[in-house]
Design a protein around this ligand. Structure first.
Ligand SMILES: [Zn+2]
Length: 557
């Protein structure tokens, strides 16, 4: 019996964690992925067993402690958050500052339980081996190192993904290797303070960035004949409206676009900039602006679009509409914006609207059901956005109804939103920039599928967004008109962050060197969007050019 003590202890450890491994096994459902997974699992397990037979006691103790600490980290995170520890989360944990103190204090009970569960692993490796394996000592020491290197390599190629369900004691150690690589190549690091010089004043009053949700540029009357009425067709009282026509989005997913709009990532350097450079809030505060974030999509203080708790602290006023039905949230946002524009305080206001994300069945009131036949009503009234597609068939007829419901939604959440804003807001001392996070695939070509955006092989319309600037008459803002004709239908989201910095009075030459061109200059933009945004480590971003000749002109049916 004693001769199998190590095997028993290691087996016991795996048995205690069986839920985690079984879950992954169930999700794989056979085939090649299952074979590859099983092969990798076996390699890691054999390496673990060899580790337990290392002859030098100090070296064996060292590995025992490393694996013990690693699995403890993994298990505590899983238990506390009820989520799988991804590489991205691992990196944020490292940078979330002093989290170890806080975790020790808050989660000591979980840590004790997890430590007790990991003891069989610790002793399974550390105890003196009762048998001598017929292998050279150096091979035994090399085994865990090679296994770890192999796992690290696989994760590297796959951008950090692929360790789920594999023996957990390797995962944080492999993440640590990836992290060391990224730190050495400066794509991760502590966030920098603002260092750009300012030589001008920020414009007189508010700077407002309005990010709509899933509003495709080719459904709006400012860009196409028979488009949905937006009320952006002419300048509102007290201000001049500049329509930049079609613009390219940053990416075809909400979070990717929003995090880049908040941090200013460029096409060539967005991973580094988004994770290590100052946020738009930091720049705004440095320029003397109060910072306001209005999130019409989420409630209860929940953060989204890759906003962290530390970024949240840079926001002076954080607004969500907890008691307001989804249908009325954009109107509540308009009301809030009217108040902020009239409060005589210079502010940066960043608004995430409800817009027209799936489901669009119930995002507009009955009075706005102008386009028919639309999707059936009444089942999605409380849902801001979802990945579920229950009750939506995805046939040509369903998509016809979808497009009509989408138009009705735009009529309300875009047209009525701006009608109310323009009727009551003080616009003379503000600059507003309006765009959407990404466009939509509304399956006008009859292509199959249920999704509207965020896929890996998108249609051009998924990256096609509106871009409008509204500047009040009472301030010395930027010269938009000068390059309007050359920038129209040729600019992108990537030009917005530098525009915001220029409005805040940051030095034009200095800001361009880091963030590229603002809309006040000839943008010479590439007019592409990123279809593989999470391209860290061994992966490369994928840029899709928007050929405007390819863009569908929606027809009414
Ligand atoms: Zn979105």
């Amino acid at each position: 019996m004693a001769i199998f003590l190590k095997e028993l202890l290691l087996g016991l450890y795996l048995l205690i964690q069986h839920d985690y491994y079984r879950e992954r096994l169930m999700a794989l459902q056979g085939g090649v992925p299952l074979v590859l997974f099983a092969g990798m699992f076996a390699v890691l397990l054999v390496a673990l067993w060899l580790t337990a037979h290392i002859r030098s006691a100090p070296v064996r103790y060292l590995f025992a402690l490393l694996f013990f600490a690693s699995t403890l980290f993994f298990d505590v995170y899983t238990q506390v958050s009820a989520e799988y520890l991804t590489y991205g989360t691992f990196v944020s944990l490292i940078y979330s500052g002093g989290f170890i103190d806080e975790a020790l204090y808050q989660y000591w009970a979980s840590i004790l339980v997890c430590a007790a569960k990991a003891l069989p692993l610790l002793f399974g490796i550390a105890l003196a081996p009762r048998r001598r394996l017929p292998l050279p000592g150096i091979a035994l020491v090399a085994a865990p190192l090679c296994a770890l290197l192999l796992l690290t390599g696989i994760l590297f190629v796959r951008g950090g993904v692929g360790a789920r369900g594999l023996p957990a004691m390797y995962t944080p150690l492999a993440y640590l290797n990836l992290f060391a690589y990224e730190a050495a190549s400066s794509t991760v690091g502590p966030r920098e303070a603002v260092s750009l010089p300012r030589h001008g004043q920020a414009i007189g009053n508010d700077i407002v960035l309005i990010i709509d949700e899933s509003v495709s540029g080719n459904y709006l009357d400012i860009n196409v004949e028979h488009g949905v009425r937006t009320n952006l067709g002419q300048s509102p009282p007290g201000a001049t409206l500049y329509n930049y026509g079609y613009a390219a989005a940053i990416a075809n997913c909400s979070a990717d676009t929003n995090v880049t709009l908040r941090y200013g990532g460029t096409r060539s350097d967005y991973l580094r900039i988004n994770s290590t450079m100052p946020s738009i809030w930091q720049y705004a505060r440095k320029a003397g602006l109060r910072t306001v974030y209005i999130d019409a999509q989420r409630t209860g203080g929940r953060l989204q679009n890759l906003m962290s708790k530390s970024e949240r602290k840079e926001i002076d006023e954080f607004v969500q509409f907890d008691g307001t039905p989804v249908r009325d949230r954009d109107m509540a946002a308009a009301q809030k914006l009217i108040e902020l524009l009239g409060n005589d305080t210079a502010e940066l206001i960043y608004l995430n609207k409800i817009g027209a994300h799936f489901p669009v069945h119930d995002k507009y009131p009955d009075d706005f059901m102008i386009y028919r036949p639309a999707l059936p009503r009444g089942q999605y009234a409380d849902i801001s956005d979802t990945g579920e597609r229950d009750g939506f068939g995805g046939q040509a007829e369903d998509w016809g109804r979808y497009r009509n419901a989408y138009r009705n939604t735009l009529l309300w959440n875009v047209g009525e939103f701006f009608a109310r804003l323009f009727a009551r807001a003080r616009l003379d001392n503000a600059v507003l920039i309006y765009t959407s996070d990404h466009g939509q695939d509304l399956h006008e070509r009859g292509n199959p599928g249920l999704d509207t955006h965020c896929g890996g092989d998108p249609v051009v319309e998924e990256g096609l967004v509106p871009l409008v600037v509204i500047q009040g008459h009472g301030l010395h803002g930027l010269d938009w008109q000068g390059e309007l004709a050359s920038n129209r239908n040729r600019s992108s989201h990537y030009n917005i962050f530098p525009t915001l910095l220029q409005l805040m009075g940051y030095d034009l030459t200095a800001l361009q060197a880091v963030y590229g061109k603002p809309l006040s200059l000839h943008t010479e933009d590439e007019f592409t969007f990123n279809t593989r945004f999470n391209a860290r480590l061994g992966e490369k971003a994928n840029w899709k050019f928007i050929d405007l000749n390819e863009v569908v002109k929606p027809v009414l049916q």
